[in-house]
Design a protein around this ligand. Structure first.
Ligand code: NAD
Ligand code: UDP
Ligand code: UDP
Length: 319
């Protein structure tokens, strides 16, 4: 057991995905350092882990160097929702680029293996559908989303240059829209917005006509993919798409959530945000082949615990 226990750093560990990952890694018997600057993450997400002697929280910003000893790094630190990452776009680019650089420097010194939480946004508003990893993307370099999209693209570049130049063991996951309990209730992402609106009886805000599509992956499926990716042989670096290929229009999502919550909310339309991709669906052939992975949890199944989570926040008067 002692030899199998790894020291694993999760940056952005107090966020939505990071907190689920910390829990999973502890359950797998590892020592976990959860690093976060608490910009969009919260201690509440990891409160239940604080009693575990193998868990520690580090308040730190990844744009600053970090000296510690670790065996593996999952680099998740970065606000993920458009309103949050656009609130301070310069900081978003710094987080992606300087954060990646520092974590790669740390991995290099420690000879640690490192995984980057990249994103489907590297494909921009895609002209190829569904998107395979070989597609280079259709990205606006100077728009409102660019701090995130280009920041994540540059982070991928750094990962591959460290791999080629310094023989670093890297893994890159391109994550597609993921949802589940512990999503930030006010971060403006569509699943959390619609559920909170439906539960509170507020209007459901569909941007545009709602005919744009997304493919939604439940968090447990995604975390399984992360762990499998980290465990792949060193010659497999990715990038690998991780997401659920079942595609829905935003209107269909709104109708499903209204039906599942029994809400009386009505759907209203608001303007489409800048550079909002019209469609997004992962091609997950590579993940199936290399990780032996595909999502198991259907949208309705995953929405149930997600709705219960937000209902309990409302009951407790927290939102
Ligand atoms: P989140 O906002 O809940 O989590 C991000 C975490 O990073 C937060 O805890 C935040 O406080 C922390 N953070 C931000 N800037 C930091 C900094 N400079 N230093 C230290 N910590 C910092 O978002 P999430 O959905 O959990 O996303 C996690 C990662 O996955 C992000 O890198 C995101 O780009 C990526 N991703 C997520 C999705 C998704 O659908 N959830 C899709 C694609 C990619
Ligand atoms: N770095 C870090 N922790 C370490 C080693 C490096 O945060 O344990 C940072 C370091 O400050 C630098 C970055 O990672 O900004 C890249 O480090 P590397 O050694 O690869 O390059 P160099 O220092 O030569 O630029
Ligand atoms: N969206 C919406 N209403 C909302 C929030 C989002 O119609 O209240 C739409 C948004 O325009 C986009 C899709 O839902 O087309 C997914 O948005 P999200 O911000 O969750 O993720 P991303 O655009 O990054 O995929």
């Amino acid at each position: 057991m002692y030899a199998l226990r790894k020291r694993i750093l999760v940056t952005g560990g107090a966020g939505f995905l990071g907190s689920h990952l910390c829990e999973r890694l502890l359950n797998d018997g590892h020592d976990v350092i959860c690093l976060d600057n608490f910009f969009t993450g919260t201690r509440d997400n990891v409160l239940h882990l604080l009693d575990n002697p193998h868990f520690e929280i580090l308040r730190h910003d990844v744009t600053q160097p970090l000296y510690t000893e670790v065996d593996e790094i999952y680099n998740l630190a970065c606000p993920a929702s458009p309103p949050h990452y656009q609130a301070d776009p310069v900081q978003t680019t710094k987080t992606s680029v300087l954060g990646a650089l520092n974590m790669l420097g740390l991995a290099r010194r420690c000879k640690a293996k490192i995984m980057q939480a990249s994103t489907s946004e590297v494909y921009g508003d895609p002209e190829v559908h569904p998107q395979p990893e070989s597609y280079w993307g259709h990205v606006n370099p100077i728009g409102f989303r660019s701090c995130y999209d280009e920041g994540k693209r540059c982070a991928e570049t750094l990962f591959f240059d460290y791999h080629r130049q310094h023989k670093l063991r890297i893994k890159v996951a391109r994550i597609f829209n993921t949802y589940g309990p512990k999503m930030h209730p006010n971060d403006g992402r569509v699943v959390s917005n619609f559920i909170v609106q439906a539960l509170k009886g507020h209007d459901i805000t569909v941007y545009g006509e709602g005919q744009q599509t997304r493919s939604f992956c439940y968090v447990d499926d995604l975390i399984e993919a992360f762990v499998r990716l980290m465990g792949t042989p060193d010659d497999f670096t990715g990038p690998v798409n991780t997401g659920n290929p079942v595609e829905f229009t935003i209107m269909e999502l709104a109708e499903k959530i209204i039906a599942m919550t029994g809400s009386k909310s009505k759907i209203i339309h608001k303007p489409l945000p800048h550079d909002d991709p019209r469609q997004r669906q992962p091609d997950i052939q590579l993940a199936k082949e290399k990780l032996g992975w595909e999502p198991k949890i259907k949208l309705e199944e995953g929405l149930k615990p997600t709705i219960s989570y937000f209902a309990s926040l409302i009951e407790q008067g927290l939102i």
